[in-house]
Design a protein around this ligand. Structure first.
Ligand code: ATP
Length: 589
């Protein structure tokens, strides 16, 4: 049997890299910097005290060229053949492979996205001989021995290919070197015809004190962060800071972190490294022990990543816990701005729940209150997870001195229902509109006699709207009527609305499905006997006036409860208002 070897079509490989693996041609700068750093790291293993250094130069002009030089380990002629001329071959996979940024043996090919030739001059620390390698995107290469006094290290020359000159502009290259290499461990010197200076920072945020990190954040990201939380993960060998945002962010907003791998920027949009509940911070993190994907723009989703994420999340939790003692004012400020994030956290973590629940704000019938204040109101906490019901209840509940919590927002129901777990003396009670209307006072026998006519007319007016009239005494006096409904009645409202909006065939199908209504399926408009307008309506001899008052109050109650108006109700609103205006004008005429 004959045996053959695969052949690699380099053109196809480059197309794969440029169009499918890397998100931008800019990455060639990253790959060049990374190789220079790895070469210096390798040299440190044999000469620990050696001062590594990288030089980048740009020659603008007709043939824009980039030159990048390192004083790393260099390559011997044999190594050039072995590592540079075999795709996928790398010197960074050995026992000490974890110390290097590179690992796949393809990064250098990214230079062919922007250039038609890579010229590499190198001299190994183990050899006196300088070697020149010229590689082409068609897969051919040449090697020649060069007589030069070159010190050990490597120099690479790239000339822009036609159409890619803008990637070689001085400001562009400089910006990219800063972007990827801002925190690389060795100095990067940048030169053009006018100037030469060190590009990268001396210290990274994870090496700074908190005050320095905050000053850096203010200057670099133009944000006055509330504080910076130190982050550490032993397993991932990760260090960083989590900047606390000075403004509220949407719940579950994807907060991305700026993440570095061995101090080289991986991406500024990593959303996997911090837990999802930590959307109130922006991380700047360096990781040594996680595996980047081949595009080097994300991490592999593996169990190690989970462990690192948890460790970093624990740092944020510990920080919040120690703030209780150390800086309660700052904690109050953080909670005030980021309570949604902290609620998510408290829902998941019982220890934090115990610590923070009393400080978290909830919407109540008395406005926004901290749970501590709500608990001081009554030993029983009344709540409703339905926003519609809360809107109906709120005025009546308040007038009756009931503090009702609106738990319709994400996590609020779970947070309230967890309360007895931390304190068994706390009672919680889910309420609905009828909880309060049941407590309304009934009219006396005599009063019933006075309202008989008014209620009869109200029932005639309300009947087409699947609503029945009721009259009781309740607080506040200023509230003339309260519309209450239940699931069934609400369902009927929706059915009727759909019938109005759909075509004939569909509405007859809905009609057949819905059958006949029962009393339980009716909503209720409860008039307040104590309200002056209702009193006048009851006493009025004018039947037309009574009808109009019922109509307008019905619509007003629906609007108060934020119910969408059906077509016939809109009609009623328009007509009722016009008739009332006319009545008013007649009376003044
Ligand atoms: N500046 C340099 N100094 C010394 N050797 C280098 C240099 N640049 C490249 N090499 C050698 O060429 C090999 C291939 O480099 P290449 O950038 O293609 O892949 P890599 O860095 O090994 O891995 P990755 O694809 O993950 O970047 C390297 O493993 C290294 O041995």
């Amino acid at each position: 049997m004959d045996q053959f070897h695969f052949k690699v079509n380099l053109k196809g490989m480059i197309d794969l890299l440029s169009n499918h693996l890397y998100s931008t041609p800019h990455v060639f700068i990253r790959e060049l910097l990374q190789n220079a750093v790895d070469a210096i790291t390798a040299r440190h293993k044999v000469e620990p005290a050696y001062d590594g250094k990288i030089n980048v130069e740009v020659y603008a002009g007709e043939n824009p060229t980039i030159f990048i030089e390192d004083n790393g380990l260099g390559l011997s002629e044999e190594e050039v053949h072995y590592f540079l001329s075999q795709i996928g071959q790398t010197s960074k996979r050995g026992e000490d492979g974890d110390d290097y940024i590179g690992r796949f043996g393809v990064g250098l090919l990214s230079c062919f996205i922007v250039s038609d030739e890579i010229v590499l001059l190198t001299r190994s620390v183990k050899s006196e001989q300088t070697v020149k390698w010229r590689g082409k995107p068609d897969g051919s290469y040449t090697i020649e021995k060069v007589d030069s006094e070159m010190r050990p290290g490597t120099r690479i020359y790239l000339q822009a290919k036609s159409g890619y000159e803008h990637y070689f502009r001085v400001d562009q290259v400089k910006q990219l070197c800063e972007y990827y290499g801002e925190f690389l461990p060795y100095p990067i010197h940048f030169s053009d015809t006018r100037d030469s200076h060190r590009l990268n920072a001396e210290l990274a945020p994870w090496e700074m004190t908190i005050d320095q990190a905050l000053a850096y954040g203010r200057q670099r990201y133009e944000e006055d962060y509330l504080d910076a939380i130190p982050l550490r993960s032993t397993v991932g060998e990760a260090h960083g800071v989590a900047y606390i945002l000075p403004y509220a962010v949407r719940i579950n907003a994807k907060q991305t972190s700026r993440v570095y791998v061995k101090q080289m920027l991986l991406s500024e949009k990593v959303d996997k490294l911090l837990p999802s509940w930590s959307f109130f911070v922006k991380g700047v993190i360096n990781v040594n022990q996680l595996r980047p994907t081949a595009s080097r723009e994300e991490f592999y989703e593996d169990p190690l990543l989970d462990v690192v994420r948890n460790e970093l999340g624990d740092c944020i939790k510990r920080y919040l816990v120690q703030l209780v003692e150390k800086d309660p004012d700052l904690l109050a400020k953080i909670i005030q701005i980021h309570y949604e994030s902290i609620k998510t956290l408290a829902k998941e973590d019982n220890e934090l729940y115990r610590l923070f629940i009393d400080w978290l704000p909830f919407e109540t019938s008395f406005g926004r209150m901290k749970l501590k204040e709500i608990r001081e109101q009554s030993p029983t906490i009344f709540y409703t997870p339905s926003l519609d019901e809360f809107r109906q209840i709120t005025q009546v509940a308040k007038a009756q001195s009931f503090c009702v919590v609106n738990t319709a927002y994400v996590h609020d129901t779970e947070l309230i229902e967890k309360l007895p777990m931390i304190d068994p003396t706390i009672q919680i009670k889910r309420v609905n509109p009828t909880t309060f209307t049941d407590q309304f006072m009934e009219l006396s026998f005599e009063e019933r006699g006075h309202v008989y006519d008014f209620i009869r007319i109200a029932n005639i007016v309300l009947q087409p709207y699947l609503c029945k009239a009721e009259i009781k005494k309740f607080n506040p006096d200023e509230l003339p009527a309260l519309y209450t409904t239940n699931e069934e009645a609400l369902f009927w409202r929706t059915v009727e609305q759909t019938k109005e909006e759909s075509n004939e065939l569909f509405s007859s199908i809905i009609g057949q499905m819905s059958g006949h209504q029962t009393v339980g399926q009716l909503a209720q408009l409860c008039f307040n006997y104590q309200n002056p307008i209702i009193q006048r309506a009851i006493k009025s001899e004018d039947e037309e006036m009574k009808r109009m008052i019922v109509e307008v109050l019905y619509i007003q109650s629906l609007l108060l409860g934020h119910y969408p108006l059906r077509q016939q109700e809109l009609h009623l609103l328009n007509n009722g208002l016009i008739r009332l205006i006319e009545k008013g004008m007649d009376a003044n005429a």
